[in-house]
Design a protein around this ligand. Structure first.
Ligand code: ADP
Ligand code: ADP
Length: 232
C-alpha cells in the first residue's frame, strides 16, 4: 500500500548539506500497522513527511495505493492526498472552528455538498467518541479529545493510509492507551493501513505489526514486532 523506493532527503547543499534521510526502501502492505522508531534527529519526521510529499524527496520514488506520487503534477497530487490522512503530535486543529467544523473542513475543501458532509461527519464523530462534543471548540477539549478530532478529520476524506507523526507524544500514558486503541480499532474496522513514527517503545509494542529502527537517517533494521523485541 505504501512503497518507498530509494527515497532520500538532503537539506541544503555542499559542505553544509544535511543527509536527513539516506536512500530508503520501505514497503507497508495493505492493512498493516508499521512503526518506525528512533531517537530525536534520526530522520523519522523526514521519512513520514516524504510519504505524502509534505517534504519532496531529493531522490527516489513514492508509491501509495499503486500510484507513484513522485510522478504526479500538483493537481493530481492534491487528489491523491485525499487517500493519505495524517495526524500530528500537536493536533493542528483550527481554534476558531468547532469540533464538527474541524472534521468537516477537508470535505468543504473538496467541494462536498453540505448534506453529504453531515452524513459523513456524524458517523466519524460517533466512531471517535465525540458525538457530545460536536459544538465545542478545541480550547474546551482535553489533549486526547483533540487528537480524536484530528483522527476524525484525517478520516473524513476516506483515506486508505493514515500517517501518524508522534501522535501520542503529547499525551499522558492513560490517554495514549486510549488513542492507540482507537487507531487499532480503525485499522481493524476500516482496513486502514497505518504508518507511524515514534520515539516510544511502548507505542510500537502495543499496536505495530512490523517495526523499523531509524538511526542517522538510515532505516537499519526491520522486523515483525515479536522478533524485534525478543532478546537473543
Ligand atoms: P526526527 O523526526 O527523528 O527527530 P527529523 O527528520 O526531524 O528527525 O530530522 C532529521 C535531521 O534533519 C536532523 O538533523 C534535523 O536537524 C534535520 N532537518 C530536519 N528538517 C530540516 C530542515 N527543514 N532543514 C534543515 N535540516 C533539517
Ligand atoms: P500491496 O498493498 O498489495 O502490498 P502496493 O499497493 O504497494 O501493494 O502495490 C501495488 C502496485 O503498486 C504494484 O503492483 C505496482 O504496480 C505498484 N508499485 C508499488 N511499488 C512499486 C515499485 N517500487 N516500482 C514500481 N511499481 C510499484
Amino acid at each position: 500500500m505504501i512503497t518507498l523506493d530509494h527515497v532520500s532527503k538532503t537539506y541544503g547543499s555542499g559542505a553544509g548539506a544535511i543527509h536527513a534521510l539516506k536512500p530508503t526502501d520501505l514497503h507497508v502492505p495493505q492493512g498493516a500497522i508499521h512503526g518506525v522508531i528512533g531517537l530525536s534527529g534520526a530522520g523519522k519526521s523526514t521519512l513520514i513527511r516524504c510519504v505524502n510529499l509534505l517534504e519532496r524527496p531529493t531522490t527516489g520514488r513514492v508509491y501509495v495505493d499503486g500510484e507513484e506520487l513522485t510522478a504526479l503534477d500538483a493537481a493530481s497530487l492534491n487528489r491523491a492526498r485525499h487517500r493519505v490522512g495524517m495526524i500530528f503530535q500537536h493536533f493542528n486543529l483550527l481554534s476558531s472552528r468547532t469540533v464538527f467544523a474541524n472534521v468537516a473542513l477537508p470535505l468543504e475543501l473538496m467541494g462536498v455538498a453540505k448534506r453529504e458532509i453531515r452524513e459523513r461527519v456524524e458517523p466519524l464523530l460517533e466512531m471517535t467518541g465525540l458525538s457530545d462534543k460536536r459544538d465545542k471548540y478545541p480550547a474546551e477539549l482535553s489533549g486526547g479529545q483533540k487528537q480524536r478530532v484530528a483522527i476524525a478529520r484525517a478520516l473524513a476524506s476516506r483515506p486508505k493510509v493514515l500517517l501518524c507523526d508522534e501522535a501520542t507524544s503529547a499525551l499522558d500514558p492513560q490517554t495514549t492507551v486510549s488513542i492507540l486503541e482507537l487507531l487499532q480499532d480503525i485499522n481493524r474496522k476500516l482496513g486502514l493501513t497505518i504508518l507511524l513514527i515514534t520515539h516510544e517503545m511502548e507505542v510500537v509494542k502495543s499496536i505495530c505489526h512490523r517495526v523499523g529502527l531509524i538511526s542517522g537517517g538510515e532505516l537499519v533494521e526491520q522486523a515483525d514486532v515479536g522478533d524485534f523485541f525478543t532478546t537473543p
